[in-house]
Design a protein around this ligand. Sequence first.
Ligand SMILES: [Zn+2]
Length: 254
Amino acid sequence: MINFKLASSFFTLICCVFILFIVLELLSIWWLIISLLVGFILLGMVSFTMSWNCFTQAFTHKKTTKKIIALTFDDGPHPEYTPKVLALLKQYEAKATFFCIGKHVEKHPEIVQAIINQGHSIGNHSYTHSNTIAFKSKQGWLEEIKRTDALITKITGVSTKLFRPPFGVTTPHLAAALKVTGPICVGWNIRSFDTFFKTPKIISNRVLNHIHPGSIILLHDKQENSLAVLEHILQVLHTEHYDMVTINTLYDEK
Ligand SMILES: [Zn+2]
């Protein structure tokens, strides 16, 4: 993990030196512009790449040769699609993990309970999942995490130890909040892009081409195309004798 305060102090110092040199007409202003641009690009890259573990340690896969794999579903529960996902998982005797958004949990508690009743795991995926969530303060993140944790526990009696950042974005403020709340920050190493591509065949082939023991697959239980994708993935993994387990089981695997 990088020391963000140290890195940002060093970057600020470099910029100050450049400004001084620019004022003294020893450097062109382009040095400052390009440095700022590079700084912002680097910040964006480390924020969006959980597997680099820059701000917080993330669980993105398990190093194992055992044919186990974790299917994960984000952004539910959805009143139409989550029950259909559950039915497919049951048909193939697969277990999965659902990273639920708190405000949806509040609206559909019966689906949350059904997820637990069928032996799957639930993770926290923030309360609002707002487009600006990455700019939250430590306190803002704590409110997002604690509110959703409390809802899940109230409905199911289960306290989740899993958290997945919305959009997969980690920040120093989120890392500080996770140090207080303590859950495992869960990422993935196979992104389906099922919210981006529309054709199920393209999405499932993309996933299946990257399958490896110990992988974590990211899907969404909020849309129609994910159902066909899931069915194809389940058929192939079943044929190849993969055991589909929850994140908790994958994490605890020796
Ligand atoms: Zn999400």
